[in-house]
Write a protein that binds this ligand. Structure first.
Ligand SMILES: Cc1cc2nc3c(=O)[nH]c(=O)nc-3n(C[C@H](O)[C@H](O)[C@H](O)COP(=O)(O)OP(=O)(O)OC[C@H]3O[C@@H](n4cnc5c(N)ncnc54)[C@H](O)[C@@H]3O)c2cc1C
Length: 336
C-alpha cells in the first residue's frame, strides 16, 4: 500500500499515522516549511465532544469521543481536566440552554466552582462541569505527531513542496489540504476564526473555561507557564490573516469577565485563519477512485481527525465504506 498524504495539518498528520502503522509506504507532502503551519496552528485544542453538542450534531460527539484516547494515550499530549462552562449572572438562561443541549456534565454551585477553580471563587454561583473532556496545546501536539512520523522508516516527509506541481501518485492519494482544497471541493467554505494568547502570572486556571453569551461567547484554554489562549471568533468570511480591533476587544472583554486579572495580562500573540467547512458544518470523506478527500473539519479539527484517520485507513486498506461520512455527498450537487 503506497499512499501520498497531502497536507501536514492535523488532518494530514493524523491520517498518515495509522496508515504508516498499518504498514503503508507513506509520502507526506506539505507546502509550508514545517508541519502545522495552516489553520491547525491557531486552534484552541479543546477535545470537548459533549460541550460541542451545544451547536453540533450527535455525529460530532460520537466521532469526537474517539479523540480522547488518541490524544491522551496514543500520542500522550492531552490532559483530561474537564471543561467548565459559566455565564454572567444576567445571562443565566444561557447556562440552562447549554445544559439542555449537551450531555455528560454535572451542575456546580458556587462552592463547587471554587473547589474546582479557586481563582473563580465568588465569581460564579452556577456552572456546568464536563469531567471527561480534555485539552492540549495544538502546536505541541502537531510537533509530537510529526516527530512520531519522522521516526518511522516507511514514512517520507517532504516540506516546502506544492503537491499540485507533482506528477500523480502511483497508488492512493489522501488530500488533507484543508481550505486550500476548495478548487476540488466547490462546496467548501471558510469560517474565519481569530484568537489571542495572553500571559499573566496572577491567574491560575487549570482547565478550559467557556464563557457563554448570546452574542460573544468565548473560551479560555490554559497553556501552562502563565499563557492562556482566548478564542475564538466565528465569522462567515474567507479572509485568512487579518485580526480586527473589534474581535480583540470582544475576546479580551470575555476573558476579563471570567477573571479581572486578564485586564493586566500581556498580549503575546494574535492570530487568525479560516476553518474549512461544508454547508452543514459536518466532515466528509469524499472518495473519487483512488483519491480520498478528508475535509470539512470546521471547528473540530483536533476533535475529529483521529476518528476520520482511522476510517480513512480502513477505506484504503480494506475498501471499507462509511455511509454517514461518504454517502450523502456522493452526488457532486451536494457540494453546491
Ligand atoms: C481560532 C481557531 C480555534 C480553533 N479551536 C479548535 C479547538 O479548540 N478544537 C478543535 O478540534 N478544532 C479547533 N479549530 C479548528 C481546527 O483548527 C481546524 O478544523 C483544523 O485546523 C483543520 O485542519 P486541516 O488539517 O484540515 O487544515 P490545515 O491545518 O489548514 O492543514 C492543511 C495543510 O495543507 C497544506 N497544503 C495546502 N495546499 C497544499 C498543497 N498544494 N501542497 C502541499 N500542502 C498543501 C497547508 O500548508 C496546511 O499545512 C479551531 C480553528 C481556529 C481558526
Amino acid at each position: 500500500m503506497r499512499v501520498r498524504v497531502i497536507g501536514a495539518g492535523v488532518a494530514g498528520l493524523c491520517v498518515a499515522y495509522p496508515l504508516a502503522r498499518a504498514g503503508g509506504e507513506i509520502e507526506l507532502i506539505e507546502a509550508a516549511a514545517m508541519a502545522g503551519a495552516g489553520c491547525s496552528r491557531y486552534a484552541g485544542g479543546m477535545i470537548a465532544p459533549w460541550c460541542e453538542l451545544e451547536n453540533a450534531e450527535p455525529l460530532i460527539a460520537r466521532l469526537g469521543a474517539e479523540a480522547l484516547d488518541f490524544w491522551t494515550h496514543d500520542i500522550a499530549v492531552a490532559t483530561v481536566a474537564g471543561s467548565l462552562v459559566v455565564a454572567p449572572a444576567r445571562e443565566a438562561a444561557e447556562l440552562t440552554d447549554f445544559a439542555r443541549r449537551t450531555r455528560h456534565f454535572s451542575k456546580l454551585d458556587a462552592a463547587g466552582v471554587a473547589a474546582l477553580e479557586p481563582d473563580l471563587a465568588g465569581r460564579f454561583d452556577r456552572a456546568l462541569y464536563f469531567p471527561q473532556e480534555a485539552h492540549l496545546d495544538p502546536r505541541q501536539a502537531l510537533a509530537t505527531l510529526d516527530a512520531r512520523l519522522a521516526a518511522l522508516p516507511n514514512v517520507v516527509r517532504r516540506f516546502g513542496v506544492d503537491a499540485d506541481k507533482l506528477p500523480p501518485a502511483p497508488d492512493w492519494t489522501i488530500d488533507c489540504r484543508g481550505f486550500a482544497a476548495r478548487d476540488a471541493l466547490p462546496g467548501l467554505r471558510g469560517v474565519k476564526g481569530e484568537m489571542l494568547v495572553l500571559r499573566s502570572d496572577d491567574i491560575r486556571l487549570t482547565r478550559p473555561v467557556r464563557m457563554l453569551h448570546p452574542r460573544r461567547p468565548a473560551y479560555i484554554v490554559p497553556r501552562g507557564d502563565g499563557l492562556f489562549m482566548i478564542g475564538a471568533t466565528m465569522i462567515e468570511n474567507e479572509e485568512r490573516a487579518r485580526v480586527t480591533a473589534r474581535s480583540i476587544v470582544e475576546l479580551v472583554n470575555s476573558a476579563f469577565a471570567v477573571h479581572p486579572a486578564f485586564a493586566e495580562a500581556e498580549i503575546v500573540e494574535t492570530g487568525s485563519d479560516v476553518r474549512p467547512a461544508f454547508i452543514d458544518n459536518l466532515p466528509r470523506l469524499i472518495r473519487r477512485d483512488k483519491t480520498l478527500y478528508v475535509n470539512g473539519l470546521y471547528r473540530h479539527g483536533f476533535l475529529l481527525a483521529p476518528a476520520l484517520a482511522a476510517r480513512a485507513t480502513q477505506i484504503v486498506r480494506d475498501g471499507a465504506h462509511f455511509p454517514e461520512l461518504m454517502d450523502a455527498h456522493s452526488g457532486e450537487r451536494a457540494f453546491a
